[in-house]
Design a protein around this ligand. Structure first.
Ligand code: CDP
Ligand code: MG
Length: 738
């Protein structure tokens, strides 16, 4: 605990801790693999009444794990009992800040078509308002109430909670719909869904006729999809006077929403908040991850009871932090009161996510290491301390280069304040900011730039075009996207063949819009028909959807895990490795044991299989017959290239640069091609941490680029800068091209 002067921790404690650390140094590490297995088996032991036998028949190993929804529901119920066994569910509902305003709110909804609702996180907007409306009769005559959430996790967990409160099974009256997972039925009247899913519903039901109420929740997040929903919903509200529109948001931006919806009234739910003391560091932190770990331990050792919430930027960082914390706690051993370290991020398996909601056992302290998701989308009871390094991961898009990447950036002041607010929900709290007061005032932006102004708009433009909205420049945006980004999206869709030279949707474009994936991925999938490898490409697409969670690498088995991973190696690159993993898993009979032995996460593979099945269904809908290329994986690589020819880089003078824009990029160290450094590569995505890393990299032949995108590439661009001869194969195909 070297740099513990940060928050004035008494010297005494410091020395004690250091001693302990030294003494416990020799303690044998716990077997993480075993623990991981226990976790999974523990989940399996909880098995009760698996949802339907049909699924079991299709996938015999399914009952091994509890169905996700059931698990969420179960944990929500457990949490309810745990938090306050005396209190009935209805009492808990009545205790929420929104409850005293129930009648007033219903009256306002009755009076106005559009209502903006503002209230602190945790006041009951998401869980209560839809129930009030349901009780009031808005779901009569088969009408539904739709509630959008920017995050899948929130949609699922909130739906689970509401199902418990209404005493129904998730998927019946209350359901949720997220991409590749529909947990609703004929009976569903309260439908929680991601904003992207509601957007897609416009494709099948352009006026949302089956909805009596649409609640756009977490509006302040200003995600791309939420922003577009604003425009579309405003439009349909005009000719559907009966439709009620609610725009719910934390205490931010509500005036803007009101102005956008022709000055709709704002309904404010007064918050109940305890004071939160804010502490800043005296000097900037060089390594905020390390600073987090140290600070958590300091809080744990010196502060009165209360759980800790740490905000980090993403999965990798969170896992690193959790590991560091667990390791230090292990070293400090039993002399340290128990510290439960729980991660939460979008890709985390839901039964592990649900653990953050379980009440902390007496005598222990819980530390939740979270992404932005805990800022406003989920409420964790019992948090008293917040640790805020002041960063978040944001999409950033350059219209000049057409490159979208995830970048770790300082969060906004509004975010920082939301984060601090999480500490004051149950008692007076403390927020430790790992930056200086000066930085807060001068370096943080007031609010975040809405996603629509920093994202690739390809998917969105494709969707709007297929909704018949052709004039994108004059679309009613709350904040318009940059002109260049729109133009670039149109150009990309043209290059992909989704639009013709008049900007109209082509047959290919229409098919692409049917697939709920990014245009490049959609193109890749559709191109597999022509190359006779739909089976393989569907697998690749499905595996890419879980890409960062396929391999498991426990800290004490790093060598084993890495060699297991290397053993999956096949020439060609990461996409083919993923294909290989999946195929071997299928060949093992979807064996869980096989997954353990090969350090592969069974859950991710199962999810990939679900995704794959759905994509397969969609392929049937666009009338593409299944085909397989057998061992000829070049065909698979060509199909991938047909979708991702924008994402290419060439090795020259020791480094990679993107082909079109000469941007320096690097192969991610986790890539199978990291050591090989082939001359021409294609990447699935760019992640910007210390550098621009290409993640999921595939070796390609430069001549394929001419074959798949002759209107985008010219032969001259693809000549080898090194002066060396082109690979033989490449030369040949060029001749073939004539
Ligand atoms: O939407 P808002 O932030 O205003 O509040 P909410 O999500 O409706 O949450 C109201 C209360 O429901 C929270 O204080 C939680 O105690 C509880 N809740 C829960 O137990 N489980 C969830 N998944 C969501 C909310
Ligand atoms: Mg909410």
């Amino acid at each position: 605990l070297e740099r513990s002067s940060r928050y004035h921790i008494p010297q005494e404690t410091r020395d004690k801790t250091r001693d302990k650390e030294a003494q416990e140094e020799a303690l044998a590490p716990r077997d993480e693999q075993r623990r991981w297995e226990e976790q999974l088996l523990g989940a399996a032991a909880l098995r009760f009444g698996a949802r339907d036998a049909a699924r079991h028949q299709r996938h015999p190993e399914y009952p091994l794990l509890l169905e996700e929804e059931e698990m969420v529901q179960f944990v929500s119920a457990a949490r309810l009992e745990g938090t306050d066994p005396q209190k009935s569910l209805q009492d808990a509902r009545r205790a929420l800040p929104i409850f005293p305003f129930r009648e007033e709110l219903l009256a306002a909804v009755g009076q106005h078509q559009v209502l903006v609702i503002e209230g602190e996180t945790g006041s009951g907007k998401t869980t209560q308002i839809p129930q009030y409306l349901h009780e009031e009769g808005y779901t009569r005559a088969g009408m539904k109430i739709g509630v959008t959430q920017p995050r899948r996790v929130a949609a699922m967990s909130v739906a689970a909670r509401v199902a418990v409160e209404m005493g129904t099974k998730l998927g019946n009256e209350v359901g949720y719909s997220i991409r590749f997972e529909d947990c609703t039925s004929e009976r569903t009247v309260l439908k929680y869904m991601t904003d992207g899913m509601l957007l897609r519903e416009f494709l099948t039901e352009p006026d949302l006729a089956s909805y009596s109420v649409i609640m756009v929740d977490e509006a302040h997040e200003r995600t791309l999809h939420t922003d577009v929903l604003f425009g579309l919903i405003k439009d349909i509200a005009r000719f559907r006077p009966q439709l009620k529109v609610l725009v719910a948001s934390a205490t931010m931006d509500t005036e803007r929403f009101s102005a956008f919806f022709d000055h709709a009234p704002v309904f404010r739910i007064p918050g109940r908040r305890f004071p939160v003391d804010i502490y800043y560091t005296k000097a900037p932190e060089a390594d905020y991850l390390e600073a987090c770990v140290v600070s958590v331990l300091q809080i744990h050792v010196t502060q009165p009871p209360g759980d800790i919430l740490v905000f980090l930027t993403g999965q990798e960082e969170i896992e690193a932090c959790v590991e560091l914390l667990q390791e230090r706690c292990r070293r400090l051993g039993s002399r340290l009161p128990e510290l439960l370290v729980l991660p939460i991020y979008a890709n985390l398996p839901s039964e592990l996510q649900a653990r953050i909601f379980q009440p902390t056992p007496p005598g222990a302290r819980k530390v939740v290491v979270a992404t932005n998701i805990a800022e406003t989308s989920v409420t964790i009871d019992g948090i008293v301390y917040v640790l805020d390094p002041g960063f978040c991961k944001q999409k950033s898009y350059s219209a000049r280069t057409g490159m979208e990447s995830l970048v770790v950036t300082p969060c906004s002041r509004a975010s920082a304040n939301q984060r601090a607010g999480r500490a004051g929900r149950v008692a007076p709290g403390k927020c430790f900011r790992l930056y200086t007061a000066w930085a807060f005032q001068h370096e943080l932006e007031e609010t975040a730039v809405p996603e629509i102004q920093r994202a690739d708009l390809g998917a969105l433009v494709l969707l709007l075009k297929s909704l018949g909205i052709n004039d994108l420049i004059h679309f009613d945006f709350l904040d318009p996207p940059p002109h260049e980004t729109l133009v670039l999206a149109l150009e990309q869709l043209y290059a992909l063949g989704a639009l013709n030279h008049l900007g109209e949707l082509t047959t290919l474009g229409r098919r692409m819009a049917e697939l709920p994936v990014e245009p490049m991925l959609a193109k890749m999938i559709l191109a597999s028909e022509q190359y006779g490898c739909t089976e393989e490409v569907l697998t690749v697409a499905a595996m890419l959807s879980v890409n960062n969670a396929v391999f498991y690498r426990p800290k004490d088995k790093v060598l084993h895990a890495d060699s297991a991973r290397v053993a999956f190696g096949v020439p060609g690159g990461d996409h083919l490795v993923l294909l290989n993993v999946y195929n071997q898993w299928v060949a093992s009979g979807h064996s869980l044991q096989w997954c353990y032995e090969h350090f592969v996460q069974a859950r991710s593979l199962r999810r990939a299989r679900d995704v794959r099945e759905q994509l397969q269904g969609l392929m049937e809908r666009v009338e593409i017959a299944p085909s397989s290329c057998g061992g000829n994986l070049d065909l698979v690589r060509k199909a991938i290239t047909a979708g991702f020819f924008y994402h290419t880089a060439r090795l020259a003078r020791g480094g990679y640069r993107t082909v079109k824009h000469q941007q320096p990029v690097f192969i991610h160290p986790n890539s199978a091609l990291f050591a090989l450094q082939p001359r021409w590569v294609l990447y699935h995505e760019l992640v910007c941490t210390s550098k621009e890393f290409m993640r999921q990299v595939l070796e390609i032949d430069s001549s394929w680029l001419l074959e798949v995108a002759p209107h985008y590439y010219q032969a001259k661009e693809l000549e080898d800068g090194s002066g060396r001869k082109m690979p033989k194969k490449a030369g040949k195909s060029r001749e073939e091209l004539g």
